[in-house]
Design a protein around this ligand. Structure first.
Ligand SMILES: Cc1ncc(COP(=O)(O)OP(=O)(O)O)c(N)n1
Ligand SMILES: Cc1ncsc1CCOP(=O)(O)O
Ligand SMILES: [Mg+2]
Length: 204
């Protein structure tokens, strides 16, 4: 499920429905609706978009995750929620999400140490490299962040994030990530089918 985790909001691309459908057809394995930042949809518009994107994911058998907004995740009956260190605490909302996928962001070892991983299904580790998709991203940890995190916790599923392309993902997988997540390399791709295929080839 974590192999190729596409994350997108309406301000990351021209036509999110079209881009998501192309990415689903090409074989992404997980999708996160991350609707925030300049020009992002809010309220009912955001909810209606979430319903449409969830329906597309369901058609292709790919789980639909909501970033940050757990109320939206409840409203649209998403398959899971992704929360960061500065978002609502998983322990405070977990009773509303029995049997849902729960992801948590971890940018460094201090954050890992202070995180309650009891209900966490995967950790999003990064940024690995510089990213232009998140204005408040922490300092990139490079490939060493993934390698060391894998040794620090040998069990928890790790999805790497931040500045990943299908040219640097092989190193990241070899460093011990279970999967990679990306915004721009798919959202801004001129050939989604080929780019997704290139990513998935590394798992063969
Ligand atoms: C898979 C994955 N990993 C990390 C993040 C980042 O979450 P967060 O730190 O809460 O930052 P925002 O994405 O909310 O700006 C993520 N969304 N997904
Ligand atoms: C949401 C997020 N969290 C850490 S880096 C990042 C943005 C990743 O975007 P891109 O794949 O375009 O670098
Ligand atoms: Mg967040």
């Amino acid at each position: 499920m974590l192999q190729l985790y596409f994350i997108c909001g309406t301000n990351n691309t021209r036509d999110i429905e079209k881009v998501l459908e192309e990415a689903l057809k090409a074989g992404i394995t997980l999708f996160q609706f991350r609707e925030k930042g300049q020009g992002a949809l809010t309220g009912e518009d955001k909810k209606q978009m979430a319903f449409k994107l969830k329906a597309l994911c369901t058609e292709y058998g790919v789980p639909f995750i909501v970033n940050d907004d757990w109320q939206l995740a409840l409203d649209v009956d998403a398959d899971g929620i992704h929360l960061g260190q500065d978002d609502d605490k998983i322990a405070d909302i977990i009773e509303k999400f029995p049997d849902k996928i729960i992801g948590l962001s971890v940018s460094n070892f201090e954050e890992y140490d202070q995180s309650d991983l009891t209900h966490v299904d995967y950790i999003g580790v990064g940024p690995v490299y510089e990213t232009s998709s998140k204005s408040d991203a922490k300092r990139p940890g490079g490939i060493e962040l993934i390698r060391k995190m894998r040794l620090y916790d040998e069990q928890i599923p790790i999805v790497a994030i931040g500045g990943i392309t299908n040219r640097n993902c092989e190193m990241i997988l070899k460093a011990g990530a279970d999967g990679i997540s990306t915004i721009s390399s798919i959202a801004a791709s001129s050939n989604i089918e080929q780019d997704v295929k290139n990513y998935l080839d590394y798992y063969k």
